[in-house]
Design a protein around this ligand. Structure first.
Ligand code: ZN
Ligand code: ZN
Length: 730
């Protein structure tokens, strides 16, 4: 009797056994269709048993196993190292394996019809039959194609497409005169237009190259403009020349179209696949397959690409490793950066975590010697200097419309000199609140504990958390007062204010309302680069990895909200954002200036920022965290519950508290259940329970003992819960 053990995408921490007479060891890692209750489901075979597991106490014998419906053998089975990764992720994040598989595996791979996948861009070589046929060929075009291949050796299909029609290429393949190669031919990667590396880059590269083929975590701390990308690309070039693959993680591909283009241009001979959530499911599955079969040498992707199987991995790069978008915030929570380090160890290859402002977790690892710290302190462009950073003390200046007189003067100077300015404000819309001065009504969202934001351009009030919208009321809905006013500044309002002050200026607004497609975004970036805008107002989208060589002034309008936030990570995020935004200024020959409006100019964060002193800021903040026993000096897990009413959510957590394993509780701190900071979201009310431990091991031992009890807690209708291990937001 043959049984397969199947991981099904269900919120249950267990696997399911089915009978499969023809199954063998080789089916482990394949998708399988099975009956489940009254329906069918697709799962992944994670084990194959030749006999049924021993009968458990209290079970009836013999157990009737249902037979599988079909095993999808059209695709290759997922490799053992991939199953090990998903297994580790499921254990570490305490998630059901089947749900982890559902996150890691593209949906088309699981649910799509059983079709074989073929590489989209194979190497084609002239076959012996083709060689023989050349002499007798009448058709000139076909002969030219075969002769080209005879001269140049194997070529990429995509390359050939540039010179030969599709039909001809197909004909040459169906006749068997051109054959796809299983493995890429050995040749060094072409590297066009590479700038000469500077001394710091050369030193860093030497370190990295010395560790190829071995596991080592490097933290590359390089200031903006120091040329980290060039280091990645040169190191990748060495790895590719050894016939190995490179996995390249970036925070958001959509915002950095130039980056993908740069990688493709740099390695014209290599097949690059791009994996992120915005690409079509079929293309994602194709990229997944090409990485797994070795046809793609460079895999460029966002957090989900950490689950890409690679045939011959050689290097992992995580760019902007501090970026919160490496963390999955919905469904099964995981950190792609942390999994990347695990993966590098599993594969015994080096990993480079790069950033101008590393996460304090990584910085702490580097200082404890777990990561090897590499530093680049100089801008690669010899003439480029770091921007000067000045604070505008808002307690000394009136700012009726969010823009201080000093900032307005600086903007005017730039306009007169024909230089670009950039204004950074992390609030889109016209005003964050529409308020009634007589009764205190403040455009509340009916479904969230948040205000609806005023969008004057299209006449709507909009909740940025749940998307609910409504027309702008003419009078206060609560007291009927007709004098309701926008309160505070959003990007639209700043744009309007600027237009009034500088009627002659060309002003561009960049946020998710003005640029919601990748194409629009790329066009805006282009316009800025071409000098078609004098002033740009935008949200943090602006800060992500773009060069604006003509920008000489950056104004920061709302730095203060993060300084005294109840979220202990807020200052870290603010510092890194301000460093990034500042890094946009003065990247070419023009020296840049950053002006920050604040009511707290004496805050130590600003002192570090003005000196461009990340290390100083990190030391200061780590000291505070150590005293407060916050991560990275403690390890946390958060049990979050959502319910129609807060009482129900709290009641669930009380019940979960009741099944805490008593023996363990002394080793850690279990806090009382509390409503979440933003209690109501999209009509659901939320509460949380925080568990904190001095060691990672104790935390995981505790969770392992506790969670079966939590699963067993009887849930009232509408209650759902999830566990967040190493949460980023509390
Ligand atoms: Zn009112
Ligand atoms: Zn809402």
């Amino acid at each position: 009797m043959s049984l397969v053990r199947v991981a099904l995408p269900l919120p249950l921490p267990r696997l399911f056994d089915y009978e499969a007479l023809d199954a063998c060891e080789g089916d482990v890692g394949r998708c399988v269709r099975v009956p489940f209750g009254n329906t069918e489901k697709t799962g992944l075979i994670v084990d194959c048993l030749s006999e049924p597991p021993p009968i458990q106490e209290g079970e009836k014998t013999p157990f009737e196993y249902k037979p599988v419906l079909s095993i999808d053998r059209s695709k290759p089975p997922l490799p053992a190292d991939w199953l090990a990764l998903v297994g580790f992720a499921a254990r570490y994040y305490h998630a059901p394996l089947g749900q982890m598989v559902a996150v890691a595996l593209p949906s088309v791979w699981r649910e799509g019809e059983a079709t074989a996948l073929l590489p989209s861009n194979p190497w084609l070589a002239l076959s012996p039959e083709g060689e023989e046929a050349i002499g007798d060929l009448r058709k000139k075009a076909l002969r030219a194609l075969l002769e080209t291949l005879r001269e140049t050796g194997p070529q990429r299909l995509e390359h050939l497409r540039a010179s030969f029609p599709q039909a001809l290429l197909r004909e040459a393949q169906t006749t068997g005169w051109l054959k796809p190669l299983e493995n890429a031919p050995e040749r060094s990667s072409l590297s066009a237009l590479a700038p000469e590396p500077v001394a710091e880059q050369i030193a860093v590269l030497a370190q990295l190259r010395a560790h190829l083929g071995k596991f080592r975590s490097f933290l590359l701390h390089g200031i903006t403009g120091s040329g980290k990308t060039e280091v990645y690309l040169r190191c990748a070039q060495t790895v590719l020349a050894q016939g190995r693959q490179v996995l390249f993680l970036v925070p958001e591909i959509g915002l950095t179209p130039q980056f993908e283009a740069r990688v493709r241009a740099r390695f014209p001979d290599n097949h690059v696949v791009c994996l992120h959530s915005k690409i079509a499911p079929k293309r994602r599955v194709q990229g997944f397959f090409e990485a797994m079969s070795g046809h793609a040498e460079l895999i460029l992707g966002t957090r989900l690409s950490i689950f890409t199987p690679l045939k011959a991995p050689g290097l992992i790069v995580v760019d902007e490793e501090h970026d919160p978008s490496y963390r999955q915030h919905e469904g099964i929570r995981y950190s792609a950066r942390d999994l990347a380090v695990w993966r590098a160890r599993q594969w015994q290859i080096p990993i480079v975590l790069g950033s101008a402002t590393p996460s304090l977790e990584s910085w702490n690892h580097a200082h404890k010697g777990h990561y090897h710290l590499l530093q680049m302190h100089r801008r690669a462009h010899a003439k480029a200097v770091l921007p000067r950073i000045h604070l505008i003390d808002l307690t000394q200046q009136k700012v009726p419309e969010g823009l201080s007189p000093s900032l307005l003067r600086a903007l005017e100077h730039r306009l007169l000199r024909g230089e670009q300015s950039l204004l950074f404000l992390n609030r889109r819309g016209y005003a964050p609140v529409l308020s009634c001065p007589s009764c205190g009504w403040a455009s509340p969202c009916p479904h969230c504990s948040a205000h609806q934001v005023l969008h004057r351009a299209d006449g709507r009030l909009r909740c940025h958390h749940c998307g609910t919208q409504a027309p702008i009321p003419r009078v206060c809905p609560s007291c009927g007062n007709s004098d309701i006013l926008p309160w505070g500044q959003g990007t639209q309002r700043v744009e309007e204010t600027l237009a009034r002050h500088f009627p002659q200026a060309r002003i561009l607004r960049l946020d998710r309302d003005s640029a919601h497609t990748q194409g629009q975004w790329a066009r805006f970036l282009d316009m800025i680069a071409q000098g078609q805008a004098d002033m740009v107002v935008g949200t943090q989208m602006l800060a992500k990895g773009h060069d604006f060589p003509k920008v000489t002034l950056v104004g920061v309008l709302d730095a203060d909200s993060a300084l005294f936030s109840s979220d202990f990570r807020a200052p870290e995020r603010l510092f890194s954002q301000l460093m990034q935004v500042g890094g946009r200024a003065g990247r070419a020959e023009h020296p840049g200036e950053v002006l920050i409006q604040t009511r707290h100019p004496a805050h130590p964060l600003f002192a570090c920022l003005q000196k461009h002193d990340y290390a100083g800021f990190a030391a200061l903040t780590l000291k505070e965290r150590e005293m407060a026993l916050f991560p990275p000096f403690s390890f946390q897990a958060l049990l979050c519950v959502q319910a129609p009413a807060i009482e129900t959510a709290m009641a669930f957590l009380e019940k979960a508290m009741a099944c805490l394993p008593h023996a363990q509780v002394t080793a850690l701190r279990v806090y009382d259940p509390v409503p979440m900071r933003m209690m109501r979201l999209a009509g659901r009310e939320r509460a949380q329970l925080l568990i904190e431990s001095d060691t990672r091991a104790a935390l995981h031992r505790f969770l392992l003992e506790w969670l079966p009890g939590v699963y067993a807690v009887r849930r009232d209708t509408g209650v759902s819960w999830h566990l967040d291990v190493d949460p980023l937001d509390l």
